[in-house]
Structure formats: structure tokens, C-alpha cells
Design a protein around this ligand. Sequence first.
Ligand code: NAP
Length: 490
Amino acid sequence: MQQDFRDSPLFRQQLYIAGSWVDAQSGKTLEVEDPATGKVIGTIPNAGAAETRQAIEAAHEAFKSFSRTTAGERAEMLRRLHQLILDNRDELAGILTLEQGKPLAEAKSEISMSAAYVLWFAEEARRVYGEIIPSPWRERRLLATRQPIGVVGAITPWNFPSSMLARKIAPALAAGCTIVCKPATQTPYSGLAWGELCARAGFPPGVVNVITGSAREIGGELTSNPLVRKITFTGSTEVGKVLLGQAAETVKKVSMELGGNAPFIVFDDADIDRAVQGGIDAKFRNTGQTCVCANRFYVQAGVYDTFVTRLSAAVERLRIGAGVEDGVELGPLIDADSVDKVEELLTDAVAKGGRVMTGGQRHPLGGNFFEPTVVADATSSMRFSREEIFGPLAPVFRFETEEEAIQLANDTEYGLACYFYTRDLGRAFRVSEALDYGIVGVNEGLVTTEVAPFGGVKESGMGREGSRHGIEDYLEMKYVCMGGLGFPVA
Ligand code: NAP
């Protein structure tokens, strides 16, 4: 019999504010469904501005002492958090699959990734150095130090309900900030589990708070409350723009990890089998619902037919089903709207001459399942050349020259991830420099790691998560000019 992860003490159905588990003040709740079955798996408090204010005030109070802990003390707590995540990996992955639908193997690797971010920032906590600046005055000394920015408001999406919060909670705590988190309503339990884990790791009450409910009200309070000094958001470009506007009123520091429209370019000289495997990884992970998912395959004319045939064959071999079943590689989409969107984009492409090579239908499993699909003869008049698909649909466009590939790839307002395959070293440098993207995979379809800077340019956002740069957004620089030190003036 399959384990019911709702029995886990990490499966929490209340808000975590100031170290206590509480309901919404109104007592109202929202239901959460399993996307694989449509069945209700639990409820969450439908909180709003009042609870958000409470959480912010708790975080502000906690900041007074937490910001004065030593880097070593914070590193130690983060190491405990890291170990707790590893010790509870199976339960956390089970909760994640239950609410999000991704295969258990992918859920486990997401939890491992969360643990990896926590360990990385446990290490980085000790490396927040300042500077002593050569003074232009003989009698004064100049210092630049870096201090935690204050209370952080974090809002995250449903596609990586655990690791998107890891990228924010870990650097915030490493820097000495306190945080109020709002996970996505469709996948709140991985977010609420962070509250329980942080409590067990010994973070004092108020340092980490997790609230669920009305996005508009919670987001409105987080972006307008003057006690919040930073907003970090991962989600759609549309919502990101709203939050940027709202945060401008109190001039908060912001980081935005927004949508993408990743090109995946295959040149004539590429290792085709490697490109096919990279294409499967970059397109179909999380059933095509990642911000770095390949959205547009551009394949050079000389290898176009070979690539399309081999990609289609590989796609046909993918096993689809409920994420909890053994050996499943593709789960359901998150909801019925996402299935409708994939279907609409496909209908639009077929009407404009796209050829369905494999898939093309809602899956016989019903509900939120859609067949992994390859469409050949894609053109720039089709909607998916501009829109984020967020589903298991791979459109393949044809191109002739390197210049044309670069121009097509850059012809979008997005600039998060891109991929290309070539064996020509010169081309590898030329093309990676010419692509207007924050992340470039050369002969690689999976590039995310906690040690490298993750983030986009253009309308894909601002700021970087992970790497030694990931902590910078949680720090303020302070310049200290010290005079009256008794040095002779002349
Ligand atoms: P979304 O609709 O923008 O939602 C993301 C989060 O924002 C959710 O917690 C949502 O809450 C909240 N939200 C929605 N409207 C809000 C408002 N008016 N004020 C404050 N918060 C609000 O995005 P999604 O559909 O969940 O996620 C998919 C998008 O995320 C895609 O575009 C994807 O590319 C992007 N993404 C980017 C990255 C990256 O690192 N660049 C990573 C992963 C995903 P509710 O759930 O309550 O609506």
C-alpha cells in the first residue's frame, strides 16, 4: 500500500507566524487538489492582509536579535536545516508529488536541490566580507561593510514548490535577514513544511514565517508595508510587473525570477543523439512546466529531418502517469487551464501548417494529462513562438544560417535560459556571447546548480539566485568614514 504523506508531521495545514501554527483570523480555508486525481488533499488558511501584517511585525521583531547573530551561528542552524531536509527527503518528496504531480524521482531531486541550496548558503554565510578603502584623507579611515537588509517578503510559484523557496530562504537567513514567505495556493504544503523544518533546526520564532491565502492581499501588504525591505519573487512576468510597481511606492529592493521562452538550437555539426537527450531533458522535465524549459527548437536544415525523427521516437518512449507510480517520467499538468492552453497552442499551430509527429491529444488517462507532443514545420506566425507553453509540447522550427538562428532566438522579450548544440569551438563562443540570455547551456540540457548564478535578462527578471552572488540581494552596503582618530592631519 502507498504511504499517505498527509500523515507526516511535515504536512501542515496552518499558517506559521511568530513560531506558532495558527488559522486565518476569519477561520476561512481553501481546498488543495491532487493534480493527478482531482481529489482534495487538504485545506489551507485563507489569510489576507491582517495575518501578513502580523507575520511582518514578527519578522521585524525577530530581526533585531537575529541580525546580530554571528555568521558561524547562522551557518550552524542552516547546516542543521540541511540535515533535516536530507533526513526527511522521502516524506518531503511525497508531499511535493501529492500537491504538484511531478514523478517521485523528480520530487526527490528537487528536495535534494533544496538541501544543496541550504548547504551552499550555510557556507557562504561566512564569506560576507567588507572592504577597507585606501583613504584620500591622511587622518581618516574608510570602511565598507555589508549588513542584512531586513525583513524579506518572498512569493513563489507552484512548479518548484520546495526549491524556489530554498533559493530565497537560505540566502536570506545566511545574510541575517528574517522572512515572510507566501507559497503558491496550488502547492502550499511544501512551503508550509519549511516552517516546520526551520523550527526544528532552531531558528527563533519570527525568523521564518509562512502564510497562505489571497495572493492579492498578501502581495499587497508585503509590497506596501514599510517594514519589508526586500521583495523576492519567482513567477510570471505579468505578476512580476504588478509587484515591481507596488514595491516602487516604498522603494524596496527587488529580485524577480520571471517567465522564459527558451530557444534550443541544434546546428548541423551537433552530436544529434546528445541533442535529442538534452532536448528531452530541457523540454519534458516537470511535464514542460519549468521556466527554463525549451520552448522553441530551432534545427539547422541539414539535420532537421533526422532530429525531428529521433526526438519524436524518444518522446514516444516517455512513460506518463501519476507521479507516485514507479517508473513514471511525465506527470499531469497542474490544472485544467494548463491543459486547455497546450491544446489551444497546438490547434493554432496545426491550423497554420504545423505537422504533429507524435502525441497531439489529451491523454487517455483523462484529467490533467496531455500526451507529450512534437510539432514539425513550426513557424514564427504560430503563437508558441512568442508565448511560454508550460506544457509537454515541442515545436521544431527550421533555420539555415548561424546569424538567422541567433536573430530568431533573440526575437523575444524574454531572456532567461537558452541552449545550443555544436561541436565547433568557435561557434560555441560566438553564439553564447550573441544570445541575450542570463543562462546558456552549450551541449547541455540541464544546467541548474546551486553553485552557479541563476537568473534572466530583459523581461525574465533581475537579480541572481544561487552562486556566491545569490546572497548579495539580501545585503546592504554601508560606508563608514572614521575621523578623529588622532592621526596628524599634515
Ligand atoms: P504566477 O501566477 O505569477 O504566481 C506565482 C506566485 O505569485 C504565486 O504564489 C501566486 O499566488 C502569486 N501571485 C499571483 N498574483 C499575485 C498578485 N497580484 N500579488 C501577489 N502575488 C501574486 O506564476 P505561476 O503560474 O505560479 O508560475 C509559473 C510562472 O513562473 C512561469 O511564468 C514561469 O516561467 C515562472 N517561473 C520562473 C522561474 C525563474 O526562476 N525565473 C522559476 C519558476 C517559475 P497564487 O498561487 O495564490 O495565485
